[in-house]
Design a protein around this ligand. Structure first.
Ligand code: NDP
Length: 394
């Protein structure tokens, strides 16, 4: 029988379950590239429920306990006295969401001799030291595509919010003002601007598709070029690297995974080479940009705005500079954990567990590490040496 340790974010401050704003969510049955949504044998939750917080338990308790397995759910994840660290001693499986990551460092993996499977309920497994997982022969799996569209919607929202100066204007309204000039002095139309994505994977392409109707000039860079039909359909300009793209556009939206090639990519030098008054939106991973360089550029006006939902560490300290930097539109890490996304990644987590516990192969597209090497989606999106990324704290 297996012991599964599941690290989830805390329940809402007003209690669980919350009072939901809507009575249901639309059923999504497939992804744009033809991949099917998760196919577990069954689920024990109603789509639209809050599943990602501790009491939601990703809807896994009945399924696991009926089969004799042990499920421990906690949000206590930091430091040697945390419940996570105590439970690691005999854990077979650790499940974690990037929004409240259970950092599985090399040291922690060493403290978990039985650990065979780390599941990311969502996308992005940089909170796991992938090199250490490879060395140990562990499997690392994530629910590929489960929240890609959720993130794309958030990125487009934040691009518009920054460029149109939405948040300060809303604040004037809340504060009882009618300060048109203050609101519009730094508000622009997106129409006609050059907008580029760093990486045209599942999220990056979804962002490009959603922006195309705004009559912007679209740019992208990626390790591999998109098919020519897609470039023509969306009118895309391809750049061989992030530097070339960043210099050419007004708005950059970042959508690559965090690994050694992308860590610290937007540093002081690259941000300094962008047009004055550029905008950066980063819903990928915080360490892809230099935190202090972004803060300084917001203060100097080199950046007209920075938004996104990814921070390091998570949760960030109360005095994290991005909480108060001028022209920032940051949210906590929420874009990929709407109830719509939760329904898909909870079902995908269950699908992975069903396969793992029945000793069946896990879907190839869900694999990041398997059999002692990067595998599946991990083999294309990540690079060796991933364990050196600072996303994995001791
Ligand atoms: P995909 O795997 O579909 O896309 C990633 C893309 O990045 C691939 O096209 C890959 O290229 C490309 N890439 C990798 N390295 C580089 C590089 N050095 N330069 C340029 N391109 C590169 O993943 P998703 O689009 O679904 O997700 C992307 C990332 O977004 C995740 O890794 C995660 O960090 C983040 N994310 C954030 C969420 C949130 O809630 N904020 C939720 C979900 C994801 P190729 O495969 O062609 O080699």
């Amino acid at each position: 029988m297996a012991k599964i340790v599941c690290v989830l974010y805390p329940d809402p401050v007003d209690g669980f379950p919350p009072k939901y704003a809507r009575d249901g969510i639309p059923a999504v049955t497939g992804y744009p590239d033809g991949q099917t949504t998760p196919t577990p044998e069954a689920v024990d939750f109603t789509p639209g429920e809050l599943l990602g917080s501790v009491s939601g338990e990703l809807g896994l308790r009945t399924f696991l306990e009926e089969r004799g397995h042990t499920l421990v759910v906690t949000s206590d994840k930091e430091g040697p006295d945390s419940e996570l660290e105590r439970e690691l001693a005999d854990a077979d499986v650790v499940i974690s969401q990037p929004f409240w990551p259970a950092y599985l460092s090399k040291a922690r993996i060493a403290k978990a001799p039985n650990l065979k499977l780390a599941i990311t309920a969502g996308i992005g497994s940089d909170h796991v030291d992938l090199d250490a997982a490879i060395e140990r022969g562990m499997t690392v799996a994530e629910v590929t595509y489960s929240n890609s569209i959720s993130v794309a919607e958030h990125a487009v929202m934040q691009i518009l919010a920054l460029v149109r100066n939405y948040l300060p204007s809303h604040q004037w309204a809340r504060d009882g003002g009618w300060n048109i000039a203050d609101c519009v002095a730094n508000a622009y139309d997106l129409e006609g601007m050059n907008v580029g994505v760093i990486a045209a994977g599942r999220i990056g392409v979804a962002v490009l598709r959603r922006l195309a109707p705004f009559d912007v000039k679209l740019h992208y860079t990626d390790k591999r070029r998109l098919p020519r039909e897609t470039e023509e359909e969306l009118g895309l300009t391809y750049h061989p690297d992030a530097r070339a793209l960043a210099r050419a556009v007004d708005v950059v939206s970042i959508h690559c995974p965090l690994h050694p090639e992308t860590e610290g990519l937007f540093d002081e030098k690259l941000i300094g080479e962008m047009k004055r008054g550029s905008y950066i939106i980063n819903t990928a991973r915080a360490q892809i940009v230099d935190q202090d360089a972004v803060t300084a550029a917001l203060k100097s006006g080199q950046l007209a705005g920075y938004a996104g939902d990814v921070w390091y560490p998570q949760p960030p300290p109360a005095d994290h500079p991005w909480r108060t930097a001028p022209h920032n539109g940051m949210t906590p890490h929420v874009s990929g954990t709407t109830p719509s996304a939760q329904a898909r990644y909870a079902a995908g987590t269950r699908e992975i567990l069903e396969d793992y516990l029945a000793q069946r192969p896990i879907r190839d597209e869900y694999l990041i590490v398997d059999g002692g090497s990067l595998a599946g989606t991990g083999a294309t999106s990540y690079t060796a040496g991933t364990g050196t990324a600072p996303g994995v704290s001791a």
